[in-house]
Ligand binder design. Structure first.
Ligand code: ASP
Length: 584
């Protein structure tokens, strides 16, 4: 028996008992006549003591050979600690060791295994198994397990069945790029790893499973952005015989349950906002509504004077920064520089100081009088003491620019409190989205999403205007889930594939299996998928998803621990009927 107790378990009620513990040596404090060791495992730290008076010299000498991260087993008696440590649950006791066995020696770890470590990100990734011994990482993984468990329990109780779908599937041209896997037995043919189990979960509905979920890995070979992983986990769900309202109710229930179980936060009804409204008020389809600073559109009240920049703009729009009038001229110049950075791309920024005495001072006083500026203040809901920032230009450029400014300022003003949770549904997404590069419409969600009832006719005349039965669940400025009611008849699906630029032959080759299935009694159905990594990070009050993944890839998509991706040898390539043609 390696242990009678864990390192987090012993209390003063155990005093005088003989115990056996196993764990890692976190710290050795050697005072010569006395040695203390912190013994650590997943459950906590227990202090061991060896002293000249009570411990044999052979044992003391053995203890002196221990180094950090040695794996040891000890036997001893629980005694009361002379100087108690109120910071840890085992702090009232220590173990007077009578037997010590080294189970495994350890090299000196390349960074300290403590809450605050001296190891840089890359080094910690390379030795992730050591990083996982650290409290913050360990706690995050345990937290993730707790969230997954709560999801499974809740959904099973609601009658959902967890079904596994295949990882080796067929590549499709829609969406992101696929990771492909060569087939040895079928020369020249490839599987693809699923970007999501979308079509399979629809087939499960046709198969009569009625309520499906799966906590599942998905793979997307996209250009890497900060904190995006090429493989990530979804809570994937689908239901039959449902309308949008049924899905929103079901998954509002799940989210409410998680917020309560995990964070102790009770939220009754999640607000809903249409996509159009979100874009208009926040310039963003995943608005952070923990704070205000809503957009005020100013076209009407700014395009009647000689200020040509505004007169020529498609959209003039502003936000009020609470207390922003306290900014110095230099602070404001810095803000202007900030919005003009290439990442944001604004051409300039007009500002209005809302003075305490009710008067206004703007950077465009030449063109606008106090009455004009008062209407701007009314539209942006600015109060005295605020600063109004105004951007102008093409609507679909200005909105994201002002949204970025809003988020940046909220961050600086500490309005994005990780302990506050503000979920909302964004609904009525457009069905299609114009893509400048390919000069055609793409499905905004995916090609299986159904248009809103009665909107099918609009497809022919005004495709960009067609709204979909598609919805996102947004939490604190992050999209944590998204889904739609699906098309379930072959005719509509074929029509849509046509609008998306598929010839009937291509549609048949790619999605024939689904179209065929639609002909064998497909029930109306719809669903949603949550991004588990991000959800866990937000519930855990943190920003980076990497911190909640046991073995994440770095920002270049590499696993630096196992050193993947890697080349394979010529024989393997040969077997797979692949020829490497590296351009030098
Ligand atoms: N499969 C979709 C996605 O991964 C979600 C859904 O429509 O259920 O975004």
């Amino acid at each position: 028996m390696y242990r009678s107790h864990t390192c987090g378990e012993l209390r003063s009620s155990d005093i005088n008992n003989t115990v056996t513990l196993s764990g890692w040596v976190q710290k050795v404090r050697d005072k010569g006549f006395m040695i203390w060791i912190d013994l650590r495992d997943r459950y906590g730290i227990t202090q061991l003591i060896f002293d000249e008076e009570r411990t044999s010299s052979a044992l003391i000498n053995q203890a002196k050979t221990l180094g950090r991260e040695f794996v040891i087993q000890i036997k001893g008696t629980v005694i009361e600690r002379a100087s108690k440590n109120p910071n840890i649950p085992t702090g009232d006791v220590e173990i007077l060791v009578s037997e010590l066995q080294i189970l495994n020696e350890a090299l000196l770890p390349p960074f300290t295994i403590e809450d605050e470590t001296d190891g840089g990100e890359e080094l910690r990734m390379k030795y992730r198994y050591l990083d996982i011994r650290r409290n913050p990482v360990r706690k995050n993984l345990i937290f993730r397990s707790k969230v997954s468990m709560a999801v499974r329990n809740y959904l099973s109780n609601e009658g959902f069945i967890e079904v596994e779908t295949p990882y080796l599937i067929k590549s499709t041209p829609e969406g992101a790029r696929d990771f492909v896997v060569p087939s040895r037995m079928n020369a020249g043919q490839f599987y693809a790893l699923p970007q999501s189990p979308q079509t399979f979960k629809q087939l499960l509905m046709i198969g009569g499973m009625d309520k499906y979920f799966q906590i599942v890995k998905c793979f997307r070979d996209e250009d890497l952005r900060a904190d995006r992983q090429p493989e990530f986990t979804q809570i994937d769900c689908e239901m039959a015989f449902v309308e949008q309202e049924d899905i929103l109710t079901a998954f509002e229930g799940l989210t409410r349950h998680l917020l309560k179980e995990i964070n102790g936060v009770e939220i009754h009804k999640f607000p809903r906002m249409t996509f159009d409204e979100a874009m208009q008020k926040y310039g963003n389809d995943k608005p952070d509504i923990r704070f205000g600073m809503e957009f005020g559109e100013l076209n009407e009240v700014s395009q009647h004077k000689d200020f040509n920049i505004f007169n020529q703009a498609e959209l003039v729009v502003g936000i009020a920064i609470p207390g922003g009038n306290s900014y110095s001229r230099k602070d404001i110049d810095k803000l202007v520089e900030w919005v003009k950075r290439p990442q944001i791309g604004a051409l300039g920024m007009v500002y209005v100081r809302c003075n305490e005495d009710g008067s206004y001072k703007s950077s465009v006083d030449k063109f606008y009088d106090q009455d004009d500026l008062a209407t701007w203040a009314a539209k942006t809901k600015a109060k005295s003491g605020d600063l109004i920032c105004v951007l102008s230009g093409e609507t679909n450029k200005v909105r994201p620019q002002l949204s970025a400014l809003r988020m940046e300022l909220a961050e600086r003003l500490n309005l994005r409190d990780p302990k506050v949770f503000a979920p909302l549904w964004v609904v009525d997404f457009p069905l299609l989205e114009w893509d400048e590069d390919s000069e055609r419409y793409h499905a905004m969600h995916h090609p299986f999403t159904s248009p809103k009832p009665g909107q099918l006719e609009l497809l022919a005349t005004n495709p960009g205007e067609v709204k979909a039965n598609a919805y996102d669940l947004v939490l604190n400025g992050n999209e944590i889930g998204g889904g739609s009611i699906r098309i379930h008849d072959k005719k509509t699906q074929a029509l849509l594939f046509g609008y998306l630029g598929f010839t009937p032959e291509e549609a048949k080759a790619q999605f024939g299996f689904l179209m065929n299935a639609f002909e064998y009694g497909a029930p109306p159905h719809g669903g949603i998928a949550f991004g588990l990594d991000r959800l866990v990070a937000i519930l855990g009050g943190q920003e980076t998803i990497r911190d909640f993944i046991a073995f994440p890839k770095n920002n270049s998509g590499r696993d630096v621990m196992i050193d993947a991706p890697a080349t394979i040898d010529a024989m393997q390539l040969d077997e797979l009927n692949l020829k490497l043609n590296l351009k030098s």
